[in-house]
Design a protein around this ligand. Structure first.
Ligand SMILES: *[C@@H]1O[C@H](CO)[C@@H](O)[C@H](O)[C@H]1NC(C)=O
Length: 287
C-alpha cells in the first residue's frame, strides 16, 4: 500500500467514524428513552430497539401509558402510531397534549377501536381553560393498524392544526381570542399517550364489549419528533419564514381538509344544536 492510499484509507475511516457518531447522536434525539417516562401499566409499556420503538399493551388487569419528560409551549409535534389490529372494539388509544390543573388546555387525538374489519373512529377535542365540548370525529381513509402513520399537531399562536396521514390536515382550531374564544397560549403542555379499556362508552354506548380472549391488545409508537418551544430546545429558528411558528393552511391544504371533512367527518360539535340547547359555542358562528 502506498503512503498516499494509506492516508486516504485512514481519512475514510475517520469520515465513517464521524458518520456513525452523528447517526448515534441524531437517533438519541428522537429516543423514547430520552424523551418519555412510562407512567402507567408497569411492564405493559415497553421501550424497545434502543429507544426507537415503544409499545403499550392492555390486558384484563390494566392498560398502560407514557408521558413526555419535557413540556412544550407551541410546536410541531409528530408521532408515528400503529394502532391495535384485529378485534380492537372497546379499546381506546389516546394521544394528546395537555397542561395541568382545573383550567388546563388540551389537544386530543383518541382512536376508538372496532370489531375486525370495521372502521376506527378518530375522536378529537380541544380544551381551553378547562373547557372542552369541541369534539370532531372522523373515519380514516386508510387502515391505521397495518402500518405506522404520522399524526401531527402544529400549535402556534394563531392555530392549533391537526394533521394525520402523513400531512393531510383534518382540523384547524383558530385563535379567535379577539372574538371572545379562549385559545391555548400560555400553559405549557406535555405529550401523553395511553391504551385503555373503554367498552362502557367507546362502542356506541357499551353495545360491544371488549373481547378479552384477544388480549393483550398492543399499539406501537415510533418516530417521535418535537420541533417545539420548550423541552430544552431553542425555538427561535422555527420563527423564520416557512417554519411552523408562522404556518397556516394554504389553499391546497384547505382543499385537502375540506375533502376530509366532507367525506370522512362523522361528528362536528358545531352541527349538534340538540346537545347545546343554550346555543352553540361562539366560534361556531364565526365563518
Ligand atoms: C364500528 O363500525 C360500525 C360499522 O361501520 C360503526 O357504525 C361504528 O360507529 C364503529 N364504532 C366505532 C367505535 O368506531
Amino acid at each position: 500500500m502506498s503512503s498516499s492510499s494509506a492516508a486516504a484509507a485512514a481519512a475514510a475511516v475517520r469520515v465513517a467514524m464521524v458518520a456513525v457518531f452523528l447517526m448515534a447522536t441524531m437517533a438519541a434525539g428522537g429516543s423514547f428513552l430520552e424523551d418519555f417516562d412510562v407512567t402507567w401499566g408497569d411492564s405493559r409499556a415497553k421501550i424497545l430497539e434502543n429507544g426507537q420503538l415503544l409499545t403499550l399493551a392492555l390486558d384484563r388487569t390494566s392498560g398502560s401509558g407514557f408521558q413526555s419528560k419535557h413540556e412544550y409551549l407551541f410546536g410541531k409535534i409528530d408521532m408515528q402510531i400503529k394502532l391495535v389490529p384485529g378485534n380492537s372494539a372497546g379499546t381506546v388509544t389516546a394521544y394528546y397534549l395537555s397542561s395541568m390543573g382545573a383550567t388546563h388546555d388540551e389537544i386530543d387525538f383518541e382512536f376508538l377501536g372496532n370489531l375486525s374489519g370495521e372502521p376506527y373512529t378518530l375522536h378529537t377535542n380541544v380544551y381551553t381553560q378547562g373547557k372542552g365540548d369541541r369534539e370532531m370525529q372522523f373515519r380514516l381513509w386508510f387502515d391505521p393498524t397495518k402500518d405506522f402513520h404520522t399524526y401531527s399537531i402544529i400549535w402556534n399562536p394563531k392555530h392549533v392544526m391537526y394533521f394525520t396521514v402523513d400531512g393531510t390536515p383534518i382540523r384547524d382550531f383558530k385563535n379567535l381570542e379577539s372574538r371572545g374564544v379562549a385559545f391555548p397560549r400560555s400553559q405549557p403542555m406535555r405529550v401523553y399517550s395511553s391504551l385503555w379499556n373503554a367498552d362502557d362508552w367507546a362502542t356506541r354506548g357499551g353495545l360491544v364489549k371488549t373481547d378479552w380472549s384477544k388480549a393483550p391488545f398492543v399499539a406501537a409508537y415510533r418516530g417521535f419528533r418535537a420541533e417545539a418551544c420548550g423541552g430544552g430546545r431553542p425555538c427561535e429558528a422555527s420563527k423564520s419564514k416557512g417554519g411552523w411558528w408562522n404556518q397556516e393552511l394554504d389553499l391546497t391544504s384547505q382543499g385537502r381538509m375540506q375533502w376530509v371533512q366532507r367525506n370522512f367527518m362523522i361528528y362536528h360539535y358545531c352541527h349538534d344544536a340538540k346537545r347545546f340547547p343554550q346555543g352553540l359555542l361562539p366560534e361556531c358562528s364565526i365563518p
